[in-house]
Write a protein that binds this ligand. Structure first.
Ligand code: SAM
Length: 283
């Protein structure tokens, strides 16, 4: 950060937002949590110098990390979110009326405290009786989760460095697979196909290695993340991805709560550019 710009520098490029002022800064037990007021993007949260959430464009990430997986499942009732401390993904999951419980496990309470203060709109569903907000290590939580108990697991984590590192390996994926019900779906933010293709391929391979039966890649824009192009990887515990509940997706999208996701974007997000298609085919 210099006097006027907040930059995340990654792979020789800087993603910058012009800032008005710093609103808060706290070194938690896990990371440096900073909040800025920007000129054009509302408030911005950074963790250890990496851009996480801005008021203006977080809907892209939160809607795409939740709805494609939720609508690819016939009837998701029990959902677990690992990470997700800003609570935006939780809010999206709770839009699904059939959901009975959502357990959110973020390692860092400071992230949620700051989100409640500076991103209250993301936290508007935190008091929903179906929401159980916990502060613990998601790796430990999944290691202790009961077999065949969860319909959807969403990993809304930081990058694979620091506390998030152990959320990107075989041991973690094995526990997630075990804890999912037979028709369960796992989804994890899988970084930028342009900048982080080797990592994306490693993640996919590890998911297949532990026994997930099918993968589905979704693309979405995310201006404040490196390259502006981000992705999620969905994995099925058994069987193939055989479509999604498009009528339900359409109904949710037309109630004006959603700004990005709809039944057309669900399909469009799965289209693969040639270099990605070739890389996946060669796996
Ligand atoms: N959208 C962001 C991105 O893609 O860069 C990430 C959002 S942020 C909510 C990610 C959260 O993951 C942080 O709040 C962080 O505390 C949490 N986290 C990192 N490692 C974790 C772990 N081992 N267990 C639980 N939460 C973790």
């Amino acid at each position: 950060m210099n006097d006027e710009w907040c930059n995340e520098i990654n792979n020789g490029a800087a993603i910058g937002l012009k800032i008005k002022r710093k609103l808060a800064s706290k070194q938690s037990d896990f990371q440096l949590v900073e909040i800025f007021e920007t000129e054009e993007f509302g408030n911005l949260m950074m963790l250890d110098g990496c851009t996480m959430v801005s008021s203006r464009e977080n809907f892209l990430y939160h809607e795409m990390m939740s709805h494609p997986a939720m609508f690819s499942h016939a009837n998701p009732k029990n959902v677990v979110i690992i990470g997700g401390g800003d609570c935006g993904t939780l809010r999206e999951v709770l839009r699904h009326k059939g959901v009975e419980t959502v357990h959110q496990i973020d390692i860092d309470k400071v992230v949620t405290d700051m989100a409640e203060e500076f991103f209250p709109e993301l936290c508007e569903s935190n008091s929903d009786p179906r929401a159980h907000i916990m502060f613990d290590d998601g790796i430990k939580y999944m290691a202790e989760a009961a077999d065949n108990s969860i319909d959807i697991i969403i990993v809304d984590s930081t990058d694979p460095v620091g506390p998030g590192e152990g959320l990107f390996n075989h041991a973690f994926y094995k526990n997630c697979l075990r804890a999912l019900r037979t028709d369960g779906i796992f989804v994890q933010q899988s970084e930028s196909p342009l900048l982080h293709l080797p990592l994306l391929l490693d993640m996919r391979q590890a998911m297949l290695d532990v026994g997930f039966s099918a993968l589905q890649h979704v693309n979405f824009p995310q201006m404040i993340y490196p390259s502006g192009w981000w992705s999620g990887t969905l994995a099925k515990k058994s069987g193939e991805f055989t479509g999604f509940r498009s009528d339900d997706a359409k109904a949710l999208a037309t109630d004006k709560a959603l700004q990005y996701y709809n039944e057309d974007m669900h399909v469009a997000s799965q289209a693969l550019p040639n270099f990605v298609k070739r890389a996946f085919a060669e796996q």
